[in-house]
Design a protein around this ligand. Structure first.
Ligand code: MG
Length: 277
């Protein structure tokens, strides 16, 4: 009994010491009550979520961006793109020339996106004129959509480029008229109070399942013929997802998005906070 009590006593002391350390060693106040030591049994478990049946299907917590979720860049009313049902009854949307781009009513910061797109089967024009559109994160940072199957253009403007900044690692474009996919993780930029960027945005992209950007650090706005820079004064923590109307009838389907946390509960900072050493 005495030995037992001694053991309990030692354990109690250890627990008190651990608790005290826990409040001082962990950098983030929000995480200070959590035991993050290696293999800790008190570390919170991730919530269970049944996985999607097939790759590309929306997970249970995804926001599905159906046609009705999109607004017109011209005036903000309902999107003026075509809504079509395919031979299987699945809905897709198609850009209409001069209808303008479209954006989601809901705004997003850090996110995972799945989106499928198709350039016209009948090839017209060349270079940037062939199957041009784009997926804009926070309404500002363009992941280019283009028919880049045997269609040379400037490398930082081809399909899956971060427009005006960096080409994809490979050109894995399918033939015109075939459905293709992007799977993306996007980390938003952070600005200080004066609007200066203190953490640049980041993007990881899989094109047709192939990694074409691995945590690329976005250098600023993705504008035509302009060196990338973040806007003076910065911008908000969230923005809409936008799709570009570049005058070509690009189709999109199976679009879903998941909001991602700023930090994961880790004993390492996910990415250091501004000013953190
Ligand atoms: Mg574009």
């Amino acid at each position: 009994m005495e030995v037992f009590m001694k053991t309990i006593g030692k354990r109690m002391v250890s627990l008190v010491v651990l608790a005290a350390l826990g409040t001082t060693l962990v950098g983030y106040a929000a995480l200070s009550k959590t035991d993050l030591s290696v293999h800790s049994e008190t570390r919170p478990q991730p919530a269970y979520m049944a996985p999607p049946e097939r790759f590309g299907d929306p997970p249970a917590d995804a926001i599905i961006l159906k046609a009705s979720e999109w607004r017109s860049d011209k005036g903000g009313g309902p999107a003026k793109w075509k809504v079509v049902k395919d031979e299987n009854g699945l809905e897709y949307i198609e850009a209409v020339k001069k209808a303008g781009g479209i954006h989601t009513a809901q705004q997003f910061g850090n996110c995972q996106l799945h989106i499928e797109w198709r350039t016209p089967a009948v090839v017209k024009d060349r270079g940037q004129g062939r199957g041009n559109s784009g997926v804009f994160f926070m309404g500002r940072y363009e992941l280019q959509v283009l028919d880049s199957y045997e269609n040379p253009t400037y490398a930082d403007g081809q399909a899956a480029s971060i427009y005006s900044q960096v080409p994809p690692l490979k050109n894995v474009c399918r033939k015109p008229g075939e459905w293709q996919s992007y799977d993306v993780c996007f980390l938003r930029p952070i600005f200080d109070k004066s609007g200066k960027v203190v953490r640049k945005g980041r993007i990881t992209v899989f094109h047709n399942g192939v990694a074409v950007h691995n945590n690329y650090e976005i250098q600023g706005l993705t504008q035509h013929k302009r060196v990338a820079a973040y806007p003076r004064g910065g911008h908000g923590d969230k923005g809409p997802l936008s799709l570009q109307d570049h005058g070509n009838p690009i189709a999109y389907r199976n679009i879903w998005i998941r909001e991602l946390p700023e930090e994961i509960p880790s004993n390492q900072p996910y990415i250091k906070k501004p000013g953190e050493k």
